[in-house]
Design a protein around this ligand. Structure first.
Ligand SMILES: *Cc1c(COP(=O)(O)O)cnc(C)c1O
Length: 395
């Protein structure tokens, strides 16, 4: 931060302190606490010499902008990698990371429980460039080695799994890939680098849909990719060659979200656990899918590797008629029906993974609902769910 005398070594700040200090430089902006929103494409050079030798800090809006750079810098400190690039959405962060490390003829291992649109990147986009994908069971752990082929170049993880919340043994998968020409990637949107730092266990590329908790207010789409030394150059080059930029307003909002990420996540975590425990005791509920609950099959791995849990989990209801499950969801006053999550508000969606998973079978034993627990008082959320559950008619 700017208050340190120039050139003095940075102290080793704890994550909560980094959230406050990282990516800010008040002295550079006339004392204003936050890096301002700088709009612009053209950057003028004072002389031809400066133009031709790129002597300025910026050369062109697409290639660097103070608002965007501030967020990249802050996230790089938090992730503990070599550098971060920003993309216009979480999904474009997934596709950009994959395009940075794969080429025609390569083989990709993709977790079967990945965010569903990530599957389309593999099946629709990468396939057209002769990159083959094998989907694997999230519980495979060290067994991933049996799926390696001579042309396997990447293993993509997401933990816990999208919708169904299976944990993955990330260190075991990284260890299996070590010493080979295989890059490891993870979609870390659920935990954020506050609750799990992928680079610390050797993952090469760490992806977040900044749309979710980083933004935190349901008002932007953004993706972030952090790379370690092994992959940063490739990532930065591909990102530049693809011509990706994010709006300075969105970078500003995400940087603003970053300052309060820790306090928001702590409340999401606490309230979600309160609601999850209450749901686990309800007669209408067959199972709660939440790795921070001791009875969850993924709990041991979660407790070993993660520092916390966010506000997103699922429930499986005892068999109930479809109209009555719809009536349950329609009756909720505080839970909005909407995709995405990570904002301050609670959300609910019904889901069914059975139509698209290919390496595993989704047969939970009843209708499934995903919940995002927002920042409302959990007692109000529980009361809302309690009246809603009365709508269910056993099948
Ligand atoms: C939402 C989400 C994404 C995609 O983010 P967008 O900004 O909507 O493109 C990717 N991964 C996970 C796990 C997500 O939840």
């Amino acid at each position: 931060m700017s208050r340190l005398p120039k050139g003095s070594p940075r102290p080793d700040y704890a994550p909560d302190t980094l959230l406050v200090t990282a990516g800010r430089d008040p002295q550079r902006f006339d004392g204003f606490v936050n890096v301002p929103i700088v709009r612009g494409s053209t950057v003028l050079s004072p002389t031809v010499h400066d133009l031709e030798h790129h002597t300025g800090r910026y050369s062109y809006g697409r290639r660097g902008n103070p608002s965007v750079e501030a967020l990249e810098t802050a996230l790089a400190e938090l992730e503990g990698g070599a550098g971060v690039v920003l993309t216009p959405s979480g999904l474009s962060a997934v596709s950009t990371a994959l395009l940075a490390v794969l080429q025609a003829g390569d083989h990709l291992l993709m977790v079967d429980t990945a965010y569903a649109p990530t599957r389309r990147v593999c099946n629709e986009v990468l396939r057209r460039f002769n990159i083959e994908t094998t989907f694997y069971d999230p519980l495979i752990g060290a067994g991933i080695a049996a799926l390696f082929r001579p042309n396997t170049r990447a293993v993509f993880m997401e933990a816990p799994g999208s919708q169904s919340f299976e944990m993955q043994d990330v260190p075991a998968i990284v260890a299996a890939a070590a010493g080979r020409e295989i890059v490891t990637l993870i979609d870390n949107t659920w935990a954020t680098p506050l609750y799990f730092r992928p680079h610390d266990v050797g993952v090469d590329l760490s992806i977040q849909a900044g749309t979710k908790y980083l933004g935190g207010h349901s008002d932007l789409n953004l993706g972030t990719i952090s790379a370690n030394e092994r992959c940063y150059r490739r990532l930065r080059t591909t990102h530049g060659d693809l011509g990706l930029t994010v709006a300075p307003e969105d970078a500003f909002l995400a940087a603003r979200g970053l300052r309060t990420l820790s306090v928001r996540l702590a409340r999401h975590q606490e309230s979600a656990l309160t609601v999850a425990r209450w749901l686990a005791g309800r007669p209408e509920v067959l199972r709660v899918l939440h790795p921070a609950l001791p009875e969850d099959p993924g709990h041991a791995i979660w407790a070993r590797d993660f520092k916390g849990a966010s506000g997103l989990f699922s429930i499986v209801l005892k068999p109930a008629s479809k109209p009555s499950v719809d009536a349950f969801l329609d009756s909720l006053a505080l839970f909005g029906l909407g995709y995405s999550w990570g904002g301050f508000e609670s959300l609910a969606i019904p889901f069914d993974c059975s139509t698209y998973r290919s390496a595993t079978k989704w047969a939970p034993g009843g209708p499934a609902v995903r919940l995002h627990i927002g920042l409302e008082d959990p007692a109000d959320l529980i009361a809302d769910l309690e009246q809603g559950l009365r709508q269910l008619v056993p099948a």
